[in-house]
Design a protein around this ligand. Structure first.
Ligand code: FMN
Length: 298
């Protein structure tokens, strides 16, 4: 894999500025390893693990298959045993901590002491300013097109807005699944991109086969944003939530039938390996840059 050098790749020592999104019930060891081995930064969200034993087993599995940098999404609200999770992750050499909910100051000193970085998921300027004041190393700007909990502004506006207002590295999350889209994100000031929706439809994702097929079949008009499911605005495959309000409560299993995805289902037309997704993005990025350079020719 040829390198693409940005502030992010230098900071995290990865070859390409692509973070494989931490996705609830989707991103586990297989996907994280595949993304990291392809030169990106693979990650898992810690709420995927019911016990710290499950997390320890996953980290051991990852470490038996790759020595490359990996990341986690850690929740600091107090609902999860974040201190134990943090200790396990630091022991396993995790270098990238993406915080959502809670105060990143709880972990910054420990992560920095091990040479890691702390970024915060943000959807608004106010959240971004607060995270900056609390000392994070960078921001993940979650835009309105993103799968999972979505922001309110499109990537093309949110990234340069935060970049201009706050002197911090900004990673773009939302609607990015091709190299041309990554080039656009880098052009507007992002130092890296988070790819979520595109990686649902990969061999290594833990999504149900029907979920992967639905992501491949969907177009952007099949995605709806609602706060009715989790209390916060999130993007969903419309058909999977159609009868949500009348469904019987079936505990945590219900999440398996509620399928979140972002607008980049538009560019997701085949189930393939995560490594191929990354390799094609890098190729497309290079072709896009060449094409753009040609517009400057006399
Ligand atoms: C099914 C699904 C689950 C997600 N779960 C999480 C999560 O647990 N933690 C997190 O930080 N982000 C989560 N996200 C958001 C992604 O990390 C990322 O910001 C987003 O997918 C990027 O936009 P894209 O889907 O358009 O590529 C999730 C996204 C999806 C699609």
């Amino acid at each position: 894999m040829q390198r693409i050098r940005t502030e992010f790749t230098d900071m995290l020592n990865v070859d390409v500025p692509i973070i494989g999104a931490p996705m609830f019930l989707i991103s586990y060891a297989d996907l994280a390893v595949a993304v990291s081995e392809a030169g990106g930064l693979g990650s898992v969200p810690l709420p995927n693990f019911r016990t710290t034993g499950d997390l320890a087993a996953c980290l051991e599995d990852i470490r038996s298959r790759t020595s490359r940098p990996i990341g986690v999404n850690i929740h600091l609200s107090g609902k999860f045993p974040w201190k134990e999770q943090l200790a396990l992750c630091l022991d396993a050499g995790v270098k990238f901590f993406l915080t959502s909910l809670g105060d990143p100051r709880l972990i910054i000193d420990d992560v920095h002491a091990q040479g890691g970085k702390v970024f915060a998921d943000v959807v608004t300027f106010e959240q971004a300013r607060k995270a900056r004041d609390r000392g994070v190393d960078g921001l993940v700007a979650v835009a309105s097109d993103a799968g999972g909990h979505a922001g309110r502004s499109p990537t093309i506006v949110l990234v340069p807005y935060l970049r201009a207002k706050l002197d911090l590295p900004v990673v773009a999350a939302g609607g990015i699944s091709t190299g041309a889209q990554m080039a656009a994100a880098l052009a507007i000031g992002a130092c890296a991109v988070v790819v979520g929706t595109r990686l649902i439809a990969t061999h290594e994702s833990k999504a149900l086969p029907a979920y992967k097929d639905a992501v491949v079949a969907a177009g952007p008009e099949d995605i709806v944003c609602t706060d009715k499911i989790t209390g916060n605005p999130a993007n969903w495959l419309k058909d999977s939530i159609r009868d949500f309000e009348t469904r019987p409560e079936i505990g945590s299993k219900k999440w398996l039938d509620l399928w979140s995805a972002g607008k980049s289902v538009a560019q997701t037309d085949q189930i393939k390996s995560a490594g191929d997704v990354l390799r094609e993005m890098v190729e497309d990025y290079r072709a896009t840059c060449t094409r753009l350079m040609a517009t400057l020719d006399e």
